[in-house]
Design a protein around this ligand. Structure first.
Ligand code: FAD
Length: 392
């Protein structure tokens, strides 16, 4: 029989990998638990009512035309010794190589008081869908003069600039539609992605609205009380009208079940093939992987999927995979129509993915408005291109 590859998760990483493998003539099965995919990318605009959730929602119909076999259902377990994936209904799917791209699991054991129930009052909105809509509704209904609290975890987590884009857009909403309202941004670290650009934008656009509290000033949340809508740190207590708590995260559960996650909760991989360092024959891509200097982004997951698919094709054919170079670009909005970006190029170095020195770049601090408007437009067109690439 020809070699078989199974891919778990039809998000940015998994769907891309499965399509590339199918295009390369490999017998591939793609497994996805959800009924449809709602992109996190762009969801901060939904949170503040700039776009609808429908514009973020994709069906899986196009996979039927991609020459792969698509299975709707959860992968419950991986039997790595027998090289089989077990589905929820007990079906066993044998594989020669397995690719896991399950995304993240939110750690509801990390912030005292913040569990799945508390997230119904204090949304994380870090997995797009109902949570995104809930946060949008709460902001819409918030009284004038109210307080929004956002809490950001320490690294690593999905989408490093995402919380700061969210804070910027919420500050814009408060400034334009909720007079005298305030936003407190509590951070469990002191430095973050595109920091100078974000801070310059906040100083210029939202000086009376947004208060940033880094770790050194007591930004780490120690406890939340979702009934009283209180967020506590070692230094202070904040009473919130709306609280968005972004908890620490780890690799999606199936990755840990398969034995691919280490004590950090994330999955160490070989940077040439994305094969797990812990479980032979299983590859891990996207947010779940420890990809060195590469951030956890949809752009990264898509780049990694293409590299991993080619490596799997090579390994199945008995060829040695070539050492890759990968790219990531993350656009963020500091206000509607006002964008900034950071781009990087990465290659395997000493067993990890490291920055290629001198490649990549970041938006200039003093760019004129036209450039910022252009960056916002590039971000939009990237979104259209990547969702077409992944979901057809
Ligand atoms: P996912 O896209 O989460 O896909 C995982 C899939 O696996 C899901 O569909 C899930 O249902 C499925 N799954 C999990 N376990 C199982 C199982 N056991 N069986 C079957 N199916 C399973 N990235 C950017 O590049 N640009 C941005 O502008 C950007 N903005 C963002 C804004 C926000 C607010 C957030 C939260 C994230 C943003 N991201 C952005 C990050 C991006 O969404 C993720 O990095 C990306 O989705 C990772 O892809 P993935 O394939 O690893 O996981």
């Amino acid at each position: 029989t020809p070699p078989r590859v199974v891919v778990v998760g039809a998000g940015f990483g998994g769907a891309t990998a499965a399509r590339c493998l199918a295009a390369g003539g490999v017998d591939v099965t793609l497994i996805e638990a959800a009924e449809r995919y709602v992109t996190c990318t762009g969801s901060n605009a939904v949170v503040v009512g700039l776009r609808g959730i429908q514009a973020q929602t994709f069906g899986y119909e196009a996979f039927d035309r991609a020459g792969l076999s698509f299975v709707r259902g959860a992968a419950n377990a991986v039997d790595a010794a027998a090289r089989r994936v077990i589905l929820g209904d007990g079906t066993a799917l044998p594989y020669d190589r397995l690719i896991l791209s399950p995304g993240i699991e939110l750690r509801f054991d990390a912030v005292p008081g913040y569990d799945a129930k508390a997230a119904e009052a204090m949304p994380h909105a870090w997995k797009a869908g109902e949570q995104t809509v809930l946060l949008a509704r709460q902001l819409e209904a918030m009284p004038e003069g109210g307080t929004v609290v956002i809490s950001v975890p320490a690294n690593p987590y999905r989408c490093p600039p995402g919380p700061y884009e969210r804070a910027s857009l919420i500050a814009h909403l408060l400034k334009t539609r909720k007079p005298k309202a305030k936003l407190v941004l509590l951070d469990a670290k002191d430095t973050f992605s595109k920091q100078k650009l974000f801070e310059a934008a906040w100083a210029k656009l939202y000086p009376d609205v947004l208060e940033y509290v880094p770790l050194a000033s007591g930004g780490a949340v120690t406890e939340v009380d979702s009934a009283a809508m209180v967020v506590r740190t070692d230094f202070a207590e904040y009473k919130a009208d709306v609280a968005c708590i972004i908890p620490p995260q780890r690799a999606g559960r199936i990755a840990a079940q398969a034995g691919c996650a280490d004590r950090s909760g994330w999955c160490p991989i070989d940077p040439v093939t994305f094969e797990s360092r812990l479980v032979p024959g299983v590859h891990v891509i996207g947010d779940a992987a420890i990809a060195g200097a590469m951030p956890k982004s949809a752009f990264s997951a898509n780049s990694q999927a293409k590299v991993c698919a080619q490596a799997v094709i090579d390994l199945l054919a008995g060829r040695e995979p070539e050492s890759p170079k990968l790219i990531n670009t993350c656009w963020s909005l500091v206000a509607p129509g006002n964008g900034i970006s950071i781009a990087g190029v990465f290659r395997p170095t000493d067993g990890l993915l490291a920055d290629v020195p001198g490649a990549g770049g970041i938006s200039p601090l003093d760019a004129p408005e036209e450039v910022r408007a252009q960056e916002a437009a590039y971000g939009e067109s990237w979104y259209r291109t990547i969702t077409r690439d992944v979901f057809g």
